[in-house]
Design a protein around this ligand. Structure first.
Ligand SMILES: Cc1ncc(COP(=O)(O)O)c(C=O)c1O
Length: 410
């Protein structure tokens, strides 16, 4: 498995070959080779998450079932549902519920997608063209990084710095913006660090986008899973050229519904709808029925409260484990989200460590390598305690019995 480092992989954009690209209302032909890099973060999970004994690689919260969510009457209604295509941009009442999560938005400002993954994909295909530049705040989920580069966009990384509490240096960000920059993108709350920016910092980031008249995209799929305090603001409410991705997979603990959305300026949302004609056409009618119900304020809050309870309890378990193993690991605790990004001190590559733990201990974590940050691993804290507790014990067991390599930090 290759080691991915965003900086190492940076290229300058398109090279030869014909690529057909849908512009706003006509096709243009550009010269480019489409080179799709492996999305290592997802690939490792796809390969092993269903066969490993203790899967601690997930970033969401242990999922709920239909019985947990629907009343008997609703289940009966669901069984009677006609399985048509419906609205290919999302059923109207569902789009209205989603729009209601933001200030002054309507159903035309929203498109419902198959997971947040499709929302990110459509955002790239709607806003970016070969030759454009984007600035990506990293670490990041890296789907947008990888797909934008595949279509010939040049991606520049700005690091969220651990020493700044995983915040960016905004002066560095400004220095990367050029006349070709079309978009800044951030994953907020952050995957994998769980960092949340202050409202002041969010406004400062929006101001940079506004000063340069460029789009600001935020993947907000972890919004609502804040461990303490109120729900984080949405970038959508801070700047008129912002566009956000969200969905029900993480904070809302319903990844199997495959419901996500993109919300932003109506013309961008319309362009995303045009692209969706080429991807999945529509989302599942069954999922949309459930999604509309879980987004009603009372049930939404109940689900988020459950998520936060699980995450808080598991973070406390993880923090105790980190304290007990402070000669091997350290943690800057997450403020939101279903994962923690743990620094380890052994001089072993994180991908090697991941595969050794998987093979020898039956535990799956994610290596920092997939984010271009070796020396860390990501561990899910939304997993059931019965998995997390023995999984952590096996990891410390492994670290203690493999001290062949020297410690590289304290
Ligand atoms: C930040 C982020 N965005 C998008 C996704 C895709 O999620 P889904 O398509 O399940 O909503 C993930 C999955 O891990 C993620 O972490």
């Amino acid at each position: 498995m290759g080691i991915v480092s965003p900086r190492d992989l940076e290229v300058d954009g398109p090279v030869r070959a014909i690529y057909r690209f849908l512009n706003d209302d006509h096709y243009v032909y550009k010269e480019q080779i489409m080179k799709i890099e492996e999305f290592t973060l997802e690939r490792i999970q796809s390969l092993y998450e269903n066969t490993v004994e203790l899967n601690l690689s997930d970033s969401g919260v242990h999922p709920m079932s239909l019985n947990d969510l629907l009343s008997e009457d609703e289940i009966a209604e669901l069984l009677d549902l006609e399985l048509g295509y419906g609205w290919t941009n999302g059923e109207i009442s569902l789009r209205e519920s989603i729009a209601g999560l933001y200030d002054d938005r309507g159903p035309d400002d929203v498109i419902v997608t198959n997971g947040s993954a499709e929302a990110n994909f459509l955002m790239v295909m709607s806003l970016l063209e070969p030759g454009d530049e984007i600035v990506v705040l990293t670490p990041n989920y890296l789907q947008i990084w990888g797909w934008a580069r595949a279509i010939g966009v040049s991606a520049k990384a700005v690091s969220l710095r651990e020493e700044l509490g995983w915040e960016p240096d905004l002066e560095e960000l400004k220095s990367l913006i050029t006349p070709k920059t079309k978009l800044i993108t951030i994953c907020h709350p952050n995957n994998p660090t769980g960092a949340v920016l202050s409202l002041e910092k969010m406004r400062a980031l929006s101001d940079i986008a506004a000063d340069n008249d460029i789009y600001l995209h935020a993947d907000e799929v972890y919004k609502g899973s804040e461990l303490e305090g109120p729900e984080t603001a949405s970038f959508l409410d801070l700047y008129d050229k912002s566009i956000v991705t969200n969905g029900l997979s993480k904070a809302m603990a319903l990844p199997g519904l495959r419901i996500g959305w993109l919300a932003g300026p109506a013309e961008t949302i319309y362009a995303a709808w045009q692209r969706k004609d080429y991807t999945s056409i529509t989302t599942s009618a069954v999922s949309e029925y459930v999604a509309e119900r879980v987004l009603r304020p009372k049930l939404r809050q109940k689900i988020l409260d459950r998520s936060k309870k699980i995450l808080r309890e598991n973070l406390s378990l993880l923090s105790d484990w980190v304290d007990a193993n402070s000669d091997h690991v350290s943690l800057n605790p997450p403020k939101a989200g279903g994962m923690a990004f743990v620094r380890y001190f052994q001089d072993v590559n994180s991908t090697e460590l991941t595969h050794a733990l998987r093979k020898e201990k039956g535990v799956l974590i994610l290596p920092g390598d997939v984010y271009g940050l070796d020396g860390f691993f990501r561990i899910g804290i939304g997993s059931p305690r019965e998995h997390l507790e023995p999984g952590l014990a096996r990891i410390s067991d492994y670290l203690r019995s493999n001290t062949k390599a020297h410690a590289v930090g304290g």
